[in-house]
Design a protein around this ligand. Structure first.
Ligand code: FAD
Length: 506
C-alpha cells in the first residue's frame, strides 16, 4: 500500500475547473458525502455571457442540488424559436410549451451564465465535504496504483502544492489539461465557424425585438437573435471568410451589423467577441482514474443552446457513479458506463446543432428545417428533444430513457422527497407483498396520482430509476418487477437517501 508524502493532502475526488460543470459536479459529490477539492485557475467566475439557454432536464439537476428555486428566480421562460428567411418571412415556428412539462419544470429557460454560476458557487459554501481553491492552476497529473497524484500552483502565494485523490475529473473546459493527460484524440463532426457574439444591454424598452429566439436564415449573413433575461439581448452573427476577426468586433463594425435591429441610442454594448464554434467529442472520456466532463469532453455549435446543458448531464451521470465507486469494486464497474452512455447522447445534440447550423447558413426550407430536428430513428426532436443514453446500465427497451417527475398528492415533486438514491415508481398492485430494498424509495400511483401518466408514456406499470432519474428497467407484472429488483446492482443500495420521505408518504 502506497503512503502519501507528509505534504500531500488527500481527497476522494479532485475536480479541475470551476465552471458550471465543475461546480455542479462538486454539488452532486458533496450531496453524497464525497470529500472533494475543486481547483480553479482564475480568481473569479468568467464574467462575460456565454450560455443563454438551458432546459428542464438541467433544471431538474439543479433541483437535485437544492438550487432550482434560486436559479429559476433569475431566468425567463423561453417562448420558442423562429426561423426567418432573408426577407424576414417565417420559415418555421418552434414554440416551446409555456406550462410546466413532464420533468416538473419548463422546457426552456433563458439565463445569464454569470448569474447561474454565481448561484452554483455560493451554494457550495453550505457543502462541508467540498473545498474550493481559486487561483490554483493544476499542471501535473500522475496515476499511481489506486490513487492519482496532482500538482498545482497556488498563484496567490506562488507555491506548488501536491494532492492525491482516488479520482480526478477534468471540468477544465475546451483547452483541458486533464484531456492531455488522458491522451485522447477528438472526433470531428465537421463544423468549425467563426461567429461574432454581441451582447447588449437595452437602455430603453424595445418590445419589437420580441421574446422568441430568431434564426435569420440569410445566406449572405446568417445570424441569431436571443432575448436574454431582464434587459439583455444577444446577437450571434456569421463572420465571412475574408473578414478580419479583430476588426469586425470593433464598436463601429458591430453597430453597422446590428443596424437592422438596434441602434446605439437604444442599447449599450456589453461585449463583442469572435468565437470559433467547433463540433468535437473526445474519443476517450476516461483513462483509469482520470475523467472528462463538460467542454473538456465535447464542444458544440451553439444553435441548440446545449453546450453547458450537455456538461451538466455529464455531471449528473458521473456524480453518483463516482460516489459508488469510492465504496468498492462493485461500484467501480459502473464507471465504464459513463462514456458509453453519455457519448451517443451528446453526439445526438451536436449533430442536430451542426445540421441546424448548415441550414441557417444556406437559407433552409421549412421541410429541411423540420428534417434537421429528426433523429436517425425518425423520432421528431422538436416535440421531444431527449435522446436516450447509449448502451450502459439497465435492461429492456426503455433503459437509458429519462423518466418524468410525478408530483405527490400534496404537490411536492418526486425528487424533493425521494432523496439521492434509486426510486421505484409503481402501481400499488405490483408492489403488494414485494420486498423493496430499504434504500430504494418507493412511490406508488396512490401517492402520486399523475405517476400513472408518466408510467403510461413508457408502456409500463413500474419503473426503476437511477439516481439521475434515467430508467434502469420497467415491469408490467409483479414477477417482472421482482426480477428487476433482484438484478439491481448491489452497489446501488449503498447510496444515501438522506431525504427519504416519511414511510406513510410512500
Ligand atoms: C457564445 C456562446 C454561447 C453559448 N450558449 C450556450 C447556451 O445557450 N446553452 C448552453 O448550454 N451552452 C452554451 N454555451 C456553452 C457553455 O458556455 C459552455 O459549454 C460551458 O461554459 C462549459 O462549462 P465547463 O464548466 O465545461 O467549462 P468552462 O466554463 O470553460 O470552465 C472551465 C474552467 O476550468 C478552468 N481551468 C482550465 N484549466 C485549468 C487548470 N489547469 N487548472 C485550474 N483550472 C483550470 C478555467 O479557468 C475555467 O474556469 C455557449 C458558449 C458560447 C461561447
Amino acid at each position: 500500500m502506497e503512503t502519501n508524502r507528509p505534504d500531500e493532502e488527500d481527497f476522494d475526488v479532485v475536480i479541475v475547473g470551476f465552471g458550471p460543470v465543475g461546480a455542479t459536479l462538486a454539488h452532486l459529490l458533496g450531496l453524497h458525502g464525497v470529500r472533494t477539492l475543486v481547483l480553479e485557475r482564475e480568481s473569479a467566475a468568467y464574467h462575460l455571457p456565454r450560455a443563454v439557454h438551458f432546459d428542464d432536464e438541467v433544471m431538474r439537476v439543479f433541483q437535485t442540488i437544492g438550487l432550482a428555486d434560486r436559479i429559476a428566480a433569475r431566468t425567463r421562460v423561453n417562448p420558442g424559436m423562429r426561423f426567418l428567411d432573408a426577407d424576414g418571412r417565417l420559415l418555421l415556428d418552434w414554440p416551446r410549451p409555456q406550462e410546466v412539462g413532464p420533468q416538473g419544470w419548463h422546457a426552456s429557460y433563458r439565463v445569464h451564465q454569470p448569474d447561474l454560476e454565481a448561484i452554483l458557487r455560493d451554494g457550495l459554501a453550505a457543502r462541508d465535504d467540498v473545498e474550493v481553491r481559486t487561483r490554483c492552476d493544476a499542471f501535473a497529473i500522475e496515476e499511481r496504483g489506486d490513487h492519482v497524484h496532482l500538482r498545482y500552483e497556488d498563484m496567490s502565494r506562488g507555491r506548488i502544492h501536491r494532492v492525491r485523490a482516488r479520482y480526478v475529473v477534468g471540468c477544465d473546459g475546451a483547452r483541458s489539461l486533464v484531456r492531455r493527460f488522458i491522451e485522447t484524440g477528438m472526433e470531428d463532426y465537421g463544423f468549425h465557424e467563426r461567429w461574432l457574439v454581441v451582447d447588449v444591454l437595452l437602455t430603453r424598452p424595445k418590445p419589437e425585438l420580441g421574446d422568441h429566439s430568431i434564426q435569420h436564415c440569410n445566406p449572405a449573413r446568417p445570424a441569431t437573435y436571443v432575448r436574454g433575461p431582464e434587459n439583455r439581448r444577444r446577437w450571434e452573427i456569421t463572420v465571412l471568410p475574408d473578414e478580419n476577426s479583430a476588426r469586425i468586433a470593433t464598436a463601429p463594425e458591430v453597430w453597422r451589423l446590428l443596424a437592422p435591429w438596434i441602434t446605439p441610442d437604444e442599447a449599450e454594448l456589453e461585449r463583442a467577441a469572435v468565437y470559433t464554434f467547433h463540433s468535437l467529442i473526445a474519443e476517450r472520456w476516461r483513462r483509469g482514474r482520470l475523467f472528462l466532463a463538460g467542454d473538456a469532453a465535447h464542444q458544440t455549435p451553439p444553435f441548440m443552446g446545449q453546450g453547458m446543458c450537455a456538461g451538466i448531464r455529464d455531471a449528473a451521470n458521473l456524480g453518483w457513479k463516482l460516489a459508488l465507486a469510492l465504496d468498492g469494486p462493485a461500484g467501480e464497474s459502473l464507471l465504464d458506463s459513463y462514456q458509453s452512455e453519455r457519448h451517443p447522447n451528446v453526439r445526438e445534440y451536436i449533430t442536430t446543432a451542426v445540421r441546424l447550423g448548415r441550414l441557417i447558413n444556406t437559407s433552409g426550407t421549412e421541410a429541411a428545417l423540420r428534417a434537421a430536428f429528426r433523429a436517425p430513428d425518425g423520432a421528431a426532436r422538436m416535440e421531444s428533444i431527449y435522446p436516450p443514453l447509449g448502451p450502459g446500465l439497465g435492461t429492456g427497451p426503455q433503459a437509458g430513457r429519462l423518466f418524468g417527475q410525478p408530483r405527490l398528492a400534496d404537490g411536492r415533486r418526486l425528487d424533493d422527497v425521494t432523496g439521492a438514491g434509486a426510486v421505484l415508481v409503481a402501481e400499488p398492485a405490483l408492489v403488494a407483498g414485494l420486498r423493496v430494498p430499504a434504500t430504494v424509495a418507493l412511490v406508488t400511483t396512490a401517492d402520486a396520482p399523475d405517476a400513472a401518466g408518466h408510467l403510461a408514456r413508457f408502456g409500463a406499470r413500474a419503473v426503476l430509476l437511477r439516481p439521475d432519474r434515467y430508467i434502469l428497467g420497467t415491469a408490467e407484472t409483479a414477477e417482472g418487477l421482482a426480477d428487476l429488483l433482484a438484478a439491481l446492482p448491489l452497489s446501488f443500495t449503498k447510496l444515501s437517501s438522506a431525504n427519504l420521505p416519511e414511510p406513510e408518504m410512500v
